[in-house]
Design a protein around this ligand. Structure first.
Ligand SMILES: Nc1ncnc2c1ncn2[C@@H]1O[C@H](COP(=O)(O)OP(=O)(O)OP(=O)(O)O)[C@@H](O)[C@H]1O
Length: 817
């Protein structure tokens, strides 16, 4: 019976200690430095276990078998008892080793926390040893929240560590698992904060290496030497307003409570649990936009400590020039960094704080193509950019594209400010440029000659179009050029039967069968002329690119984000879709049919793209002040529109308004001289009197000719002006001058529309009702786009009577494409 009792005790002891044996998965492997799951709560528990084991080993070892006892034991598995003693001795040795490792780790963690707490004056808050959201017992070493963002920190006190070939090595071992664990923790924290409105990638996984210098980016994880930690945090400048920091803290306090609740009681001197000053006693964050600067340091007289080892590539500081504060970043350096950060262009609110609905969209998993739509200014592009950043941060190859050539550089510049560490992983390019490159990379000949192709059309028009029924329809010949480009080639139609049956989404002028037949003949003639000259037009390039992409889906990109999708042709979208196919998180189309500024249209069904169950409408306008939005909405209120697969949307849409107020100045002038002088006077007044920077103003008009004229006029009047064609998102102090088309996707504090009452252009004598109606609807949409570019104020010129003075181009020329 005794043996049975003893055996039972052995089993229960084993059971009791099994989970504390290093290597047991519940303890997260053999590393006991802080950062493993369950540590330091787990480590503390282990200290207890160790004490029990020690006591047990002592008891077991003292059992000197007497002769009687020996006899009993011989009969009762003496081998088993010895094995048990051996096992406990091994366990004890292992526990002692682990404890030493943990103590070193805890020291490192405590030092790092102390450094961070020292930044409290600059608005940084530290939450050490918090629960990993979604787990019961696992911890996160430190959460840090401050003006520079939110950080999930894992501290490692490793002796042999280096970054080599883009990998983290601990001795000869690849430490990928540590990085993965940290990104998992970060994802859990992101999820919690996205519900409050923090864009997911604002949370930075930060691995801090105790006693090291240098910084490396390993995919999403920033690896920073402890000695450069403060510098790296301060360098991020102001990303979160003090109020947002407080909101984030409140969320984290709730979702990631301190671990002491879950942990076995710990010695307060050992564990850095509550180093953050209590909420009540903390000084409130500074009200100014920039964090307060620390006092300039007194010159240090202390002899410099030895230089810290560098992480990799980054040199250790030269001997003799050592950190002054606790061997860390010197106060001199910190001062300089804070000054630099304060001088940098501030991050805009939307770059770091979104509406919770936007934030959730950023990280939503899509099982196939997805769509975001919504009226002007509802934050669609903002979500698209955050999404690009999110996907790039997790390692995806991302393309952000649209039809508008100038939008790419602008979006790139925005993303570079939002996330300099990820911008180079995202490609920003126009659809046309991408298609040409795609063909060239795959050896296809691309004689893309828009000018020659355009000439072919006019030749064909002269030969077969003009004399046909099309010449007597009461529309401009350009209407038929667009019919071929967007309806026939834009859909990749190959036979007249297809065209004869087509619904012609986006074109409202009805065509009789005779007209359709004549259009087809014009198209065939054009094609003969074009192929005889061996050139491709835009439609050909997109078609070829689409077919090639279908053979190579997934080769180049994991994710494609298309902005202003309503302006593409059907084949254009098919090309982009083919780059990624229907893969998870692959295609995201963003746009608004009410802002479609080119003729034509198509449905998602025609393009073969299904977004069923993955489409979201945004309905809160963040850009325009109320007066501007109301003014712009009136222009299109009476025009219903198609929005890809959604037909017949009402022009007057319900949109929530985020920014009240705003100004719309309608200015009546009689003739060009008066118009120019009124506009110039207002620009100067806005700049000198009301403090609007020239670089935040735009003058928008309908044609390239008018743009050139206005640019000349402003320059002559001494006002700096730059064409939107040259704008790449870089801040400059020049008024942007561009067409309504070029202004797509952009916004400016104050916008000038000099010839508002000349657009839509008046009906021509020969123009049919149907043709005029279709053109006027399109031009009103263009005007709506221009008006909704204004954030705070609008200057609208009403020139009367028509004919007074010389036109500066409005109403003439063809719109740019
Ligand atoms: N959550 C937000 N908080 C504050 N401002 C925001 C937010 N989201 C967007 N904005 C602001 O609104 C402006 C318009 O956003 P965005 O360009 O993404 O809208 P959009 O729907 O793409 O507009 P459009 O269709 O007119 O081009 C942005 O420049 C940004 O200043």
């Amino acid at each position: 019976m005794a043996a049975t009792g003893r055996h039972r005790r052995q089993t229960s002891l084993k059971d009791r200690y099994r989970h504390s044996i290093p290597g047991d998965s519940r303890w997260g492997g053999d590393d006991m430095s802080p950062g493993r799951s369950g540590v330091p709560a787990a480590a503390q528990a282990q200290v207890e276990v160790q004490a029990q084991v020690e006591a047990q080993v002592e008891v077991e070892a003292q059992i000197e078998p007497s002769a009687f006892g020996q006899a009993v034991l011989i009969g009762m598995e003496i081998d088993g008892v010895q094995r048990q003693i051996q096992h406990l001795t091994d366990l004890l040795r292992e526990l002692r080793r682990s404890r030493r490792a943990w103590e070193a780790g805890a020291r490192g963690e405590r030092d790092v926390v102390r450094v961070l707490v020292g930044m409290d004056d600059a608005g940084w808050r530290v939450l050490p040893d918090r629960r990993w959201p979604g787990t019961r017992r696992a911890n996160i070493d430190v959460l840090v929240v401050g003006p520079g963002g939110v950080f999930v920190v894992d501290v490692k006190n490793w002796r042999e560590v280096r970054v080599e070939h883009g990998r983290l090595w601990r001795g000869d071992e690849n430490a990928e698992d540590e990085l993965r664990k940290l990104t998992d923790q970060t994802a859990a924290v992101e999820q919690v904060l996205a519900d409050a409105g923090l864009p997911p990638t604002e949370v930075v996984p930060l691995l801090v290496l105790v006693g090291r210098r240098g910084t490396e980016q390993l995919d999403r994880v920033q690896v920073t030497g402890e000695l450069d930690l403060t510098r790296d945090l301060v360098r991020r400048g102001l990303r979160l307003e003090p109020a947002v920091v407080e909101r984030v803290l409140a969320c984290l306090d709730e979702a990631c409570p301190p671990m002491q609740d879950a942990a076995v009681a710990a010695s307060p001197t050992d564990l850095p649990r509550r180093v953050r000053p209590s909420r009540a006693t903390r000084t409130p964050p500074p009200p100014s936009a920039a964090p307060p600067l620390p006092a300039a340091p007194p010159p240090s007289a202390a002899p410099p400590p030895p230089a810290a080892p560098a992480l990799s590539g980054v040199p250790a500081p030269p001997a003799g020039r050592a950190p002054e504060v606790d061997g860390l970043f010197s106060r001199d350096e910190l001062w300089r960094e804070l000054v630099d950060a304060a001088a940098r262009e501030p991050i805009e609110t939307w770059m770091t704080w979104l509406h919770p609905m936007q934030a959730r969209l950023v990280c939503r998993r899509s099982s196939g193509p997805a769509r975001i739509r919504g009226a002007a200014g509802t934050g669609k592009t903002v979500v698209a950019l955050h999404r690009a950043k999110y996907l790039a941060a997790r390692g995806d190859r991302v393309l952000v594209t649209s039809l508008v050539r100038t939008l790419g550089p602008v979006n790139r510049a925005l993303l570079a400010r939002m996330a300099p560490e990820h911008v180079n992983r995202i490609e920003f390019t126009s659809v046309d440029a991408l298609a040409v490159r795609h063909l060239e990379q795959r050896g296809a000949r691309t004689r893309y000659q828009r000018g020659i192709a355009e000439n072919c059309f006019w030749l064909a028009w002269g030969r077969v179009g003009l004399a046909s029924v099309l010449g007597r329809c009461g529309v401009e010949p350009g209407y038929w050029r667009d019919e071929i480009a967007t309806v026939i080639k834009g859909r990749g139609l190959t036979g007249f039967e297809q065209y004869a049956e087509l619904a012609r989404v986006g074109r409202s002028m009805p065509l009789q069968p005779t007209h359709r037949r004549a259009v087809w003949e014009l198209y065939e003639h054009y094609e003969r002329l074009r192929t005889a000259r061996g050139v491709l037009d835009r439609g050909d390039v997109l078609l070829l690119a689409r077919d090639l992409a279908r053979e190579h889906a997934g080769d180049e990109f994991d994710a494609v984000i298309v902005d202003e999708v309503q302006d593409l042709t059907c084949v254009g979208l098919q090309f982009l879709h083919a780059l990624v196919g229907d893969r998870q998180d692959g295609l995201l189309v963003v746009g608004d049919g009410q802002q479609s500024v080119y003729p034509g249209g198509f449905t998602l069904a025609e393009a073969g793209v299904s977004v069923v169950g993955r489409s979201t409408v945004l309905a809160r306008n963040y850009r325009n002040r109320e007066a501007i939005l109301r003014y712009a909405q009136q222009v299109v209120a009476g025009d219903s529109f198609d929005d890809l697969d959604v037909a017949g949307e009402r022009g007057r849409r319900h949109v929530e308004i985020d920014r009240p107020g705003g100004e719309v100045d309608e200015v009546a002038v009689t003739g060009q001289a008066e118009q120019v002088s009124a506009l110039r006077a207002d620009l100067v007044d806005a700049h000198d009197g009301r403090g609007v920077r020239y670089g935040d103003m735009a003058l928008l008009t309908s044609t390239n000719d008018a743009v050139a004229s206005w640019q000349r006029l402003l320059t002559r009047a001494g006002i700096p002006a730059v064409s939107l064609l040259e704008y790449d998102g870089t801040t400059s102090n020049a008024v942007k001058v561009g067409t309504y088309h070029r202004a797509k996707g952009l916004d400016f504090a104050r916008v000038y529309i000099p010839d508002r009452n000349r657009f839509p252009r008046p009906r021509r004598a020969t123009e049919s009702d149907d043709a005029y109606r279709e053109r006027a609807v399109l031009e009103r949409r263009q005007l709506y786009v221009a008006l909704t570019r204004a954030r705070d104020s609008l200057w609208v010129g009403l020139r009367e009577p028509v004919g007074a003075g010389t036109s500066v181009g409005a109403g003439g020329g063809s719109p740019p494409r």
